[in-house]
Design a binder for this molecule. Structure first.
Ligand code: C2E
Ligand code: MG
Ligand code: MG
Ligand code: MG
Length: 281
């Protein structure tokens, strides 16, 4: 019974000492109803590969199209979904939608990979690897075209359990990425002991490049050390041409940010990526 209780997000939140208040329960109800009404949607933000100059992947970012409040950004409901355990219902929806879209793009001949974001609770969920495997099979897409982004803090919560689940995901052939690198406590040496392929430099790092030569030196050495450890480096939050040029010159592999493209609905992206395909042919 304890194990069963632990699987339920609410029980988990309770054990963590954060029992949902009545108004929280009503918010969970609102979110669940919104999800069922189809108000959740994914926006996709391109990842530009410096070497080829092409968009090689996109990151799926959750949006809540609220009838009164308009587009609600994930920052205003995901933390709450995480606290209450409701994220356990959100993530399967996100993964299904992202992998379905990936299958659709592949059918249309677009050779891109898709990333999705995971939360701490997802990473500790023993069902996660099996669920991901089932979705890949159902939508008939190769595991290698899916990348899962996880933050350092998600790993540090319960490192042994997280590692077991990461190993199971890696065994499927799914790519793994460390999101928001640099703001957490994890060392690169520790991260390299995990089966990860990619490191995403946090936006604050990217922004800091222009501030001082010392910040630039930190980013430079992080890129070099990552490469020495066999990790591909993605810069997130690239907002200026200067940042993009600096990152290219300093060996960064992939860039993402408003300067390249903002997150957009799948249909808009497909047109952009298809146009790029024609231009390169
Ligand atoms: P993240 O995974 O680090 O995603 C990057 C965030 O930075 C996105 O915000 C993106 O729109 C924004 N961004 C991208 N380029 C730029 C830029 O050049 N400048 C600035 N200022 N911002 C930029 P968004 O979509 O609001 O998502 C925020 C966070 O919410 C994500 O951070 C991620 O941690 C979380 N999130 C989003 N979707 C999901 C999801 O499906 N599941 C989970 N668990 N978390 C999600
Ligand atoms: Mg991310
Ligand atoms: Mg990030
Ligand atoms: Mg971030």
């Amino acid at each position: 019974a304890a194990a069963k209780r632990r699987r339920s997000g609410l029980a988990f939140a309770h054990e963590a000492g954060a029992e949902p208040a009545p108004e929280q329960l009503s918010l969970i109800g609102d979110m669940r109803a919104a999800m069922e009404r189809g108000e959740f949607t994914l926006a996709y933000q391109p990842k530009l590969d410096f070497r080829s100059g092409r968009i090689v992947a996109v990151e799926a970012l959750l949006r809540w199209r609220h009838p009164e409040r308009g587009m609600v950004p994930p920052g205003s409901f995901i933390p709450f979904a995480e606290q209450t355990g409701f994220i356990r219902e959100v993530t399967p929806w996100v993964l299904d939608a992202a992998i379905r879209q990936l299958a659709q793009w592949r059918k249309e001949g677009l050779e891109i990979a898709v990333s999705a974001n995971l939360s701490t609770l997802d990473l500790l969920d023993p069902e996660l690897p099996r669920r991901v495997h089932a979705l890949l099979e159902f939508h008939r897409v190769p595991a290698s075209s899916l990348c899962l982004e996880i933050t350092e803090s998600a790993l540090m919560d319960e490192p042994a359990l997280a590692l077991a689940h990461l190993n199971a995901l890696a065994a499927l052939g799914v790519k793994l990425s460390i999101d928001d690198y640099g703001v957490g406590q994890a060392s690169l040496a520790y991260l390299k002991s995990l089966p990860v392929n990619e490191l995403k430099l946090d936006r604050s790092f990217v922004t800091a490049i222009a501030d001082s030569p010392r910040n630039a030196a930190i980013v430079q050495s992080t890129i070099m050390l990552s490469h020495a450890l066999g990790l591909s480096v993605v810069a997130e939050g690239v907002e200026t041409e200067q940042e993009l040029a600096w990152l290219r010159a300093n060996g960064c592999d992939v860039a993402q940010g408003y300067f390249i493209a903002k997150p957009a609905p799948a249909a808009e992206l497909a047109a952009r990526i298809a146009a790029q395909g024609v231009a390169a042919a």
